[in-house]
Design a protein around this ligand. Structure first.
Ligand SMILES: [Zn+2]
Length: 331
């Protein structure tokens, strides 16, 4: 796993690039607006001239500095008003020459807050996304709702059901997408995606993670195996404190393939219980994929874990059925 420090450094350096890109975009817009509108050009020139004249005046007679800056301020407001009008008249949005940022909270610096300097939400999300994608979840970017292809699912009736497997997965996809689109942190509403391997559970979970991430929330996707590994390391005091903290505090925790992790005495069940219960107590959501059905969950883990995962007051349970499609799709 990449270290958090390295990942944070990487993200901060990409923010630095972003700021350079922003500046270039500001220059480009300015040149474009000046080219298209002589009024914009004249007003910008006047603004700049006034700014320098004001500065020189303040240096030359410091006792008048306050008066100068007040005069300048009111003229500046007139110019800005004129600029907004001239931009609109030339067919630009009125804020076209405002500073350009991707994140208005931190202005692409990654940090917010005075006097307490804190990581901005955009930095936290980017660090988490990179940390956990480096953990063998590189598919996350490719596995999104737009890439979902129902045609790999056979259009054959599912035994004992009315719909075909394709029709059925289209419905599940819709319900997963609805979940991701309406996800709100602090509601604690989750999903249990259960069924055999090769029916599309993990793919849809990654789609959900990707969408919730795009909507600006923090998401951690981790396999049950890695989760138990992290908890084991943490328990033996080696490391993993940050990872455990992420799993407890992110807006959405996605656990893949519950039931495939090693059953370590004194670790697996207590770790899972701790994570699931803590998140439940703080109304934080969980999406879990598993090959176990609810009854098997109770047999494999214990009643407290099964009861929390299958609590229909908080969890929707989607059962995946049909035949393994990986043999068709070659994945
Ligand atoms: Zn930000």
């Amino acid at each position: 796993m990449l270290s958090r420090e390295n990942v944070t450094r990487e993200v901060l350096s990409s923010l630095e690039n972003q700021r350079a890109v922003n500046l270039m975009e500001e220059k480009r817009r300015r040149a474009e607006a000046e080219e298209k509108s002589p009024a914009v050009r004249a007003l910008l020139a006047e603004r700049q001239q006034m700014f320098f004249a004001g500065m020189r005046g303040a240096f030359a007679s410091p006792d008048k500095a306050k008066e100068i800056s007040q005069n300048m301020e009111s003229r500046m407001q007139e110019i800005n008003k004129g600029l907004r009008g001239a931009l609109l008249a030339a067919g630009f949005p009125q804020d076209y020459l405002q500073p350009v940022y991707r994140c208005s909270a931190c202005r692409d610096t990654g940090y917010v807050g005075e006097p307490v300097h804190e990581m901005c939400g955009c930095l936290k999300r980017a660090v988490l996304a990179r940390l956990y994608q480096s953990e063998g979840l590189q598919g996350l970017e490719k596995e999104n709702f737009a890439a979902f292809n129902e045609n790999i699912f056979p259009d054959e009736p599912i035994e004992g059901r009315k719909s075909t497997q394709r029709g059925y997965i289209v419905k599940l996809r819709k319900r997963c997408e609805d979940y991701a689109n309406t996800f709100a942190p602090g509601e604690g509403k989750g999903l249990l995606l259960c069924g055999r391997s090769g029916l599309g559970k993990t793919f849809l979970m990654n789609c959900i993670a990707q969408r919730v991430l795009e909507r600006g929330y923090s998401v951690v996707v981790v396999s049950a195996y890695k989760l138990i590994e992290a908890m084991r390391r943490f328990q033996f005091g080696e490391e993993g404190m940050d990872q455990v903290q992420d799993m407890l505090s992110c807006d959405l925790l996605c656990i893949d393939d519950l039931g495939s992790e090693p059953m370590l005495r004194g670790i697996t069940i207590s770790s899972l219980y701790h994570i699931i219960n803590e998140r439940r107590n703080t109304n934080r959501a969980l999406v879990v994929t598993t090959n176990c059905d609810p009854k098997q969950l109770e047999e494999t883990y214990d009643q407290r874990i099964a009861a929390r995962l299958c609590d229909t007051g908080r969890m929707q349970i989607f059962e995946f059925v049909g035949v393994d499609v990986r043999r068709f799709a070659g994945r």
